[in-house]
Ligand binder design. Structure first.
Ligand code: ADP
Length: 540
């Protein structure tokens, strides 16, 4: 017997309709690429999204067409997300930090028909144009006065939306229709496209809003530092309007000073970014002596949040840290570190042991760890294995079926991460499978060593990689970037690590460098680092 409840397709543009109707005057503030701050609200944003949808419809954009965006977080970028999705077309977010050849490859692979871009990327786009095979129209996200030169088939966004009506009626289609496309950076092989559906994005945004996930409210003012081109801005561009929170979009300026201006000037209560952003922002606060005026909660993910960083936020600035883990393939939120009742009842120093872990799955994500033969490992907080997940916002295949299959017949997705799980679901990522260090047949967690190393007051950043060893197979090499103006001796760092990690985990050598290579999503680029130290021989 079937239930007798209504069909109400989960379509992402219903989110902006809801925001427009019930939170219509809630603001969306943008630091624009043209320079000044721009203020709009959900009512206006929703109307302009419909204008865009109508204009695209009139220009013949069809259901399933891919339209690229090369843009910072802004109200206009949000209008593109909702307007494009509202006619059944697909928003393809592009990461401008990729090399031009990679971008051209991705745009051609996705066969984007249009490319929306911020004027800060005009030169990059001009360089790409001769290599793009499918793009028919370029849309500069600006008005006619700021239109760049040297780009063919160009229209200003404000002129484009003027072709459409704000009363346009959204198209009707199935909730499984694709609405977003995002390629993972592809540190090995070509990038792989993750194709989100309306249903998966709406369900994921509902998961994201929940108190023990991002805990969003209409009383929040949220500043997503995490870009909309990096795994859906961790859902905030959907979840924010879903609850009616005020949004503060930082545009192109993500340095510590510019961010702090917005945090305090706009009375931001909640924010989210990768650890490398916070490294710079915290350094700015330390130097300037400024403090956060209204910030209550910061979500840190995309790479492991070191304990030292968590403590500075919480102890010095009184800002709660929520450590999260996710992936593009997961829409992207996977696990979140809000404390259980049991953990919250413990003394702070003990809670810290849990805060450094990557958190627990919210409803909608199943997780398990398996050994080399695919057998499930115990949830005892000790056994480490390959992490597999499934859920309604997890990819089941890559766009156009590319890439080696990471998808099991029974619906589990192999994350490529190695982790432990405990009885309450607390997960600790020990490594990416390709980064683990195998010493004498046992695994050493590079992430654990890095986290402790950056807790040393003179260390800015640290990375651990495997180097060959005649007896043990591999041993850890610790690569350290000292803080500006500081020097630190090898012995000091070894003394700092001693007692905090097992003796056999101690790095065999420490080398000091000026900077570490980073990926387009702000992670330490271990592949490049291993190449750099490919000929390295341990002393003795
Ligand atoms: P990419 O940067 O390769 O495109 P994603 O941005 O989707 O891919 O990154 C996903 C990966 O980032 C995860 O598989 C994991 O290795 C790493 N990651 C994300 N969050 C965390 C975290 N909190 N701690 C450790 N690693 C993390």
């Amino acid at each position: 017997m079937l239930g007798l409840m209504q069909e109400w397709p989960l379509l992402v543009h219903k989110i902006i309709d809801h925001a427009s109707l019930y939170h219509g005057d809630r603001e969306v503030v943008t630091r624009t690429t043209e320079g000044p701050m721009a203020r709009t609200d959900y009512r206006t944003l929703a109307r302009r999204a419909r204008q865009l949808a109508d204009a695209l419809d009139k220009r013949g954009v069809a259901n399933g067409d891919r339209l690229g965006t090369l843009a910072w977080n802004s109200a206009r970028h949000m209008e593109c997300w909702f307007g494009i999705a509202g006619i059944g077309a697909v928003v393809h977010t592009l990461n401008p930090r990729l090399f031009p050849e990679q971008l051209a490859w991705i745009i051609n692979h996705a066969q984007d028909r249009m490319l929306f871009f911020d004027i800060t990327f005009a030169e990059l786009v001009a360089e790409l144009v001769p290599h793009l095979k499918s793009v028919e129209t370029y849309v500069a996200l600006t008005d006619r006065d700021h239109l760049p030169q040297n780009i063919p088939h160009l229209v200003a966004y404000e002129d484009l939306i003027a072709e459409g009506s704000g009363d346009f009626a959204w198209k009707e289609f199935d909730e499984h229709t694709a609405c977003g496309l995002c390629y993972t950076s592809g540190t090995t092989g070509n990038p792989k496209g993750v194709l989100y559906s309306h249903r998966s994005n709406v369900l994921h945004a509902m998961m994201a809003c929940a108190t023990d996930t991002l805990g969003l409210s209409c009383r929040d003012t949220i500043l997503p530092v995490v870009p909309m081109f990096h795994a859906n801005a961790w859902s905030i561009a959907h979840a924010g309007p879903m609850v009616g929170a005020k949004l503060v979009m930082p545009g192109p300026k993500l340095d510590g000073k510019s961010l702090c201006e917005l945090f305090n000037g706009e009375q931001v209560t909640m924010t989210a970014a990768v650890p490398t952003v916070w490294m710079a922002a915290l350094q700015y606060l330390e130097q300037s002596g400024e403090r956060f005026s209204h910030l209550k909660r910061v979500v840190i993910g995309g790479a492991a949040a070191p304990q030292a960083m968590i403590e500075v936020f919480e102890k010095k600035y009184g800002v709660e840290v929520v450590h999260a883990w996710g992936m593009t393939e997961l829409s992207p939120i996977g696990t979140v570190g809000t404390p259980t009742a049991k953990v919250a009842a413990q003394p702070y120093e003990r809670q810290l042991d849990y805060k450094v872990r990557q958190g627990r799955p919210p409803f909608g994500l199943e997780a398990k760890i398996v050994d080399g033969d695919g057998r499930e490992l115990p949830r005892d907080g000790k056994a480490a294995g390959r992490l597999k997940v499934r859920g309604p916002a997890v990819a089941k295949a890559y766009f156009q079926g590319d890439g080696p299959s990471a998808f099991d017949a029974d619906g589990w997705f192999d994350t490529g991460d190695v982790a432990t799980l405990d009885g309450d679901g607390y997960m600790t990522i020990t490594d990416r499978a390709k980064d683990v260090i195998k010493s004498g047949g046992e695994w050493i967690s590079s992430i654990a060593i890095e986290n402790i190393a950056v807790g040393h007051p003179a260390v800015a950043e640290a990375a651990v990689i495997a180097v060959g060893h005649p007896k043990w197979g591999e041993r850890p090499l610790l690569v350290v970037v000292p803080k500006p103006g500081r020097t630190v001796a090898k012995a000091d760092i070894l003394a700092h690590l001693a007692g905090r990690i097992a003796k056999w985990w101690m790095p065999d050598e420490i080398v000091f460098v000026e900077a570490l290579p980073h990926t387009a999503t702000g992670k330490i680029q271990k592949v490049a680092l291993r190449e750099r130290f490919a000929d390295y021989r341990l002393p003795g």
